[in-house]
Design a protein around this ligand. Structure first.
Ligand SMILES: C=C(CC[C@@H](C)[C@H]1CC[C@H]2C3=CC[C@H]4[C@H](C)[C@@H](O)CC[C@]4(C)[C@H]3CC[C@]12C)C(C)C
Ligand SMILES: C[S@@+](CC[C@H](N)C(=O)[O-])C[C@H]1O[C@@H](n2cnc3c(N)ncnc32)[C@H](O)[C@@H]1O
Length: 362
């Protein structure tokens, strides 16, 4: 074979490898979003890097002033513009963790964790259920399909609204699932207009938990049930242990959190806004399988994804800034894993509350 033929064969081979790397390997476990589709929400291509820098300088330190608390929802919105496509591509349409289940896939474990909500809040056909912080609607579709109820989701991020609506249509569930863009700290829904409500790993973004719980209380019908899976520090967390503090602050920085609450504070907040606490339990505790193994087992996948986003940026298929966002998520994954392994953090402290029948009329 002469040199020209050799070069041509090598070029075809390289193109084939690139194609396989980007299009085949490029979508992670859940097929759907591919690396070539990384858009970074509603941020225009040229602004991604700047937006990331603004996000990072805001969330780098813990939030302690009222003034910075008020800015949190806007920065949370920026955060989801930056990460939504990467989450969908590398994790799926459900932006939360689940206990691992022996001999079951991540997809099954995710669905089981979501369907538990249906039983807890007794969602039934004819019910109108609120999903507080709905992401792109993975849980909403599972819960609507399982329960036969109508689910209304709210998210602060406009890009997620369009993604969720499109997924709902494709799943044939747009009749059962509605998505609105808004702030869960001041919702536009009528008082007493929902039969039930849930939030999955979303209220951790609220600077004051009582503000979002009070809103959920307001829109629930008397007797209605609300369940939340909360991100909290556990009783094993020691504020005087620098390693613990580094882990918790690492989780806060990389997940747009104004400050993680302690597990034993949640029920008090629920009662303060008027709820009866039916039950609370850390769903991560044994016999539940570890939720963080899914993050840990993917080291090789992270490396592949890093190479992918770098190649995509070089080819100008992805905007500048994606590599930094991806790197931030990689670091965050390490802190989350650490939080899980040491037991100082759980993303699934479950609290089930009821709006009392008598108090509501007063
Ligand atoms: C509830 C929240 C989000 C929880 C999780 C869905 C996400 C937390 C960290 C995310 C990820 C970390 C590493 C990424 C990896 C580097 C990349 O290659 C592919 C995507 C990741 C796995 C990504 C996926 C989503 C998370 C697990 C918070 C924000 C309150
Ligand atoms: C980690 S995601 C979880 C999404 C969804 N519950 C799931 O499990 O797939 C957190 C969600 O909360 C939403 N959120 C955060 N702060 C919000 C706010 N102030 N108002 C409305 N939505 C908010 C985000 O936009 C995002 O959709």
């Amino acid at each position: 074979m002469d040199t020209a033929a050799l070069l041509a064969t090598a070029a075809v081979f390289a193109a084939g490898v690139l194609y396989w790397f980007i299009w085949v390997m490029g979508s992670a476990e859940v097929k759907g979003k591919r690396a070539v589709d990384l858009k970074m929400g509603s941020i225009t291509k040229d602004k991604v890097q700047d937006k990331y820098k603004q996000y990072w300088s805001f969330f780098r330190r813990p939030k302690d002033t009222v003034e910075s608390s008020e800015k949190v929802p806007a920065f949370v919105d920026t955060f989801y513009n930056l990460v939504t496509d990467i989450y969908e591509w590398g994790w799926g349409q459900s932006f939360h963790f689940s206990p691992s289940v022996p001999n079951r896939s991540h997809r099954d474990a995710t669905r089981i964790h979501e369907e538990r909500v249906v039983d807890l809040i007794k969602a039934s056909p004819g019910h109108r259920i609120l999903d507080v912080g709905c992401g792109v609607g993975g849980p909403m579709r599972a819960i609507a399909a399982r329960s036969g109820s109508t689910v209304v989701g709210i998210t602060i991020n406009e890009y997620q609204v369009s993604r969720a609506r499109s997924h709902n249509r494709k799943a044939g569930l747009d009749g059962a699932c509605e998505v609105v863009c808004g702030n869960f700290l001041e919702m536009s829904f009528e008082d007493c207009s929902f039969d039930g409500a849930y939030s999955i790993e979303a209220t951790c973004h609220a600077p004051r938990l009582e503000d979002v719980y009070a809103e959920i209380y307001r829109v629930l019908k008397p007797g209605g049930l609300y369940v939340s899976y909360e991100w909290v520090t556990t009783g094993l967390f020691r504020a005087d242990d620098p390693k613990h503090v580094e882990t918790i602050q690492g989780i806060e920085r990389g997940d747009a959190l104004p400050g993680l609450r302690a597990q034993d504070q949640i029920a008090g907040v629920a009662r303060k806004v008027g709820f009866e606490v039916v039950v609370e339990r850390d769903l991560a505790l044994p016999p539940a399988g570890p939720w963080w193994t899914r993050l840990k087992m993917g080291r090789l996948a992270y490396w592949r994804n890093h190479v992918l986003v770098s190649v995509m940026t070089l080819l100008r298929l992805a905007p500048k800034g994606v590599v930094e966002v991806h790197e931030m998520l990689y670091e965050t994954a390490k802190h989350l894993t650490n939080g899980g392994e040491t037991g100082i953090f759980t993303p699934m402290h479950m609290i089930l509350c009821r709006k009392p029948i008598d108090k509501a009329s007063s």
